[in-house]
Design a protein around this ligand. Structure first.
Ligand code: ZN
Length: 366
């Protein structure tokens, strides 16, 4: 039988290879950093906080073992958010120092780099590891499915409440990094957990590559030593503990050699053609579909997306619904006859004019 093969292998010099000297220095030189903020997130709750590019933050097990669910968005554009499954493929199923947390398409850049992991769990005899990317957050829908109960303190709901002040919603909450959580797959492929190995004072530390909004849920399953679902279900409340968060600013000289990563420079064409281009009949696409794809897809630079900071300060108008409904890019498409003078159509026309002016080569606009 063929040997297993790691598939997402990069050529030398790719952003998958972190500068260990730089990130090691950032982790080591704790005397040359300034505390920006420190707070405790109570058990069974959530909280969101911004971290600026070039800063570090820690999630700390302040009282002992406890699992946390982490979400990350670009502070400037919440459509760019952490992509757990691609991160799993690029690095590993359980993150540790020098691994990175990557953003979703069409951005695909490192948002965070892990600079410290006092757990250092490695792989155990069951193939399990700590800081899990195999699973996702607990949520009230699966809780209802498995237990038949209404429960409002699942990680999904804790994250929903945490990001509401930033005008984000349930639809912005995404697959997580399960911090301090030990997981693996059984011989027949079932997802399993073990009690969290974190002790008081343990932490995982991240370096922010871009301005981000982070949020954690302090999981209502506590340290995962008590089953919540299934025939052996019990009450894990006694195993639930708070978690600490610290944000640090390193001395500027520690950042020498660091450059904030740009979004992917893939051209964004996806093999599609536009009006005026020569297209073989078998490849031709209905023009309405081409226009629609250009409107929704890579043709829209990230800078056109909504700005979290604007949302947080309410500059878009206090009465406006948080996100989706007010965003023309994801508003329901109007029938073609009504679309003539809509902002969406004008943007699409401008994009075509721009492409024509540049000989068909799409400009990135960033
Ligand atoms: Zn949870």
């Amino acid at each position: 039988m063929a040997r297993p093969r790691v598939i997402y292998e990069a050529k030398p010099g790719s952003p998958l290879e972190v500068d260990r000297e730089l990130y090691g220095r950032l982790a080591r030189e704790t005397g040359r950093r300034r505390l920006v903020e420190r707070f405790v997130v109570p058990r069974r709750s959530g909280r969101a906080w911004p971290v600026r590019a070039g800063q570090l933050f820690r999630i700390v097990a302040v009282e002992g073992p406890q699992v946390a669910d982490l979400n990350v968005w670009s502070l400037a554009n919440p459509r760019e958010r952490f992509w757990a499954s691609r991160t799993r493929q690029l690095h590993r199923a359980h993150l540790t120092s020098f691994d990175r947390l990557w953003s979703c398409l069409p951005y695909l850049r490192p948002m965070l780099t892990v600079t410290g992991d006092t757990i250092g769990y490695g792989r155990d005899e069951d193939g399990a590891g700590c800081h899990d990317l195999l699973g996702t957050r607990c949520d009230p829908y699966v809780h209802k499915l498995l237990n038949g109960e209404e429960f409002d303190r699942c990680c999904h709901s804790n994250l929903v409440r945490a990001v509401a002040p930033y005008h984000l919603t349930e639809l912005d909450v995404h697959d997580v990094l399960n911090v301090f959580q030990v997981t693996g797959l059984t011989a027949d492929g079932r997802y399993f957990v073990k009690p969290s190995p974190a002790r008081a004072g343990d932490f995982i530390e991240f370096f922010a590559e871009i301005d981000v909004l982070c949020a954690i849920s302090v999981c209502p399953h506590g340290d995962l030593s008590v089953a919540v679902w299934g025939p052996d279900a019990g009450d894990p409340l006694a195993t639930c503990r708070p978690l600490g968060v610290e944000v640090w600013e390193p001395a500027p000289e520690l950042l020498t050699g660091w450059v904030p990563p740009p979004p992917s420079d893939y051209g964004g064409g996806h093999g599609m053609t536009w009006e005026g281009a020569s297209t073989a009949p078998s490849q031709a696409l209905p023009q309405d579909a081409v226009r629609a794809a250009g409107r929704r897809g890579a043709g829209a630079p990230p800078s056109e997306a909504s700005d979290l900071k604007e949302r947080a300060t309410g500059r878009r108008g206090a009465g406006a619904p948080p996100s989706e409904a007010s965003d023309p890019e994801i508003a329901p498409a109007k029938p073609a006859l009504e679309r003539g003078r809509s902002p969406v159509r004008r943007r699409s026309s401008a994009a075509r004019a721009s492409r024509a002016a540049t000989g068909g080569k799409r400009r990135r606009g960033r």
